[in-house]
Design a protein around this ligand. Structure first.
Ligand code: 5GP
Length: 240
């Protein structure tokens, strides 16, 4: 496999073509953005940790029968993945109230929910990733009804697998954001990353926040140590 030119640069990663059109190389960056996509600064080492955490969790999911983009970790911040046609929606699954859900209903972060909640946003930085429902998604043609049903079922299953897995490390998966695409063979696959940038992780031992939102009550400079801690706890567990 030969790494070729840059084909896309996102907020948290760069994507390079390879000599195989069905495969691309993703390279994780150290840049951190806030919830509106505004670039806050660099967090040294974050890209490498997110690369390793994502790859570990994607392998856990693969072992549990979920199709993901993961193929092979190449270096500390580069991974070979299946190229995919991305569906422009973000799927958020919530297990515990936090973030925008807690704000919207003025409930305390940490309030238990009687059932998991699945939400969608339209992935568009200029519009600030607006909330959408399944009717919007079908009406705009972002995907079809059957695919959306499969996405919903798969997202809930991914949440269940990862919630159980993280609990073995005494970490609560509070919520998670996922993105899906179709690979060259037309298979629906989990794409993007699964990391402390895209999930809320709370320490069940001492209730500490172990994700990017930690900077709200400390500072961005504390994040490398937080990402190190979550990586240590996740990576020491067996893949399955
Ligand atoms: P909230 O909607 O409460 O802001 O976020 C819910 C969950 O989805 C959090 O774990 C958050 O990190 C993740 N999330 C929501 N939107 C985005 C986004 O645009 N980018 C990233 N990286 N994560 C997001």
């Amino acid at each position: 496999m030969k790494k070729l030119g840059l084909i896309h640069e996102g907020k948290s990663m760069k994507v390079y073509a390879t000599d195989d059109p069905e495969r691309v190389v993703v390279e994780y960056k150290d840049d951190l953005t806030d919830s509106t996509g505004w670039r806050i600064g660099k967090v040294a080492g974050k890209g490498a940790l997110n690369n390793r955490i994502t790859n570990h969790l994607m392998q856990v999911l693969e072992r549990n029968g979920i199709a993901t983009q993961y193929i092979e970790e190449l270096t500390d911040r580069e991974t070979l993945v299946r190229s995919s046609e991305m569906i422009p929606i973000e799927i958020i699954v919530r297990n515990v109230a936090a973030g925008r859900l807690a704000q919207r209903f003025e409930i305390a972060p940490g309030t238990p929910l009687r059932n998991t909640i699945l939400e969608y946003t339209y992935k568009n930085d200029e519009l600030g990733d607006p909330d959408v429902n399944d009717a919007h998604i079908i009406a705009m043609g972002w995907t079809d009804r059957d695919t959306l049903k499969t996405i919903e079922k798969t997202a809930l299953r991914i949440n269940d697998i990862l919630r159980r897995y993280m609990r073995m490390a005494d970490i609560e998966l509070v919520d998670i954001k996922m993105e899906f695409g179709h690979d060259a063979k037309g298979r629906l696959i989990l794409s993007d990353e699964i990391s402390p940038d895209t999930c809320r992780f709370w320490d069940m031992r001492n209730h500490e926040i172990l994700d990017k939102y930690r900077m709200e009550d400390t500072s961005m400079h504390d994040l490398p140590a937080i990402y190190e801690r979550i990586a240590e706890r996740v990576l020491q567990m067996d893949i399955g």
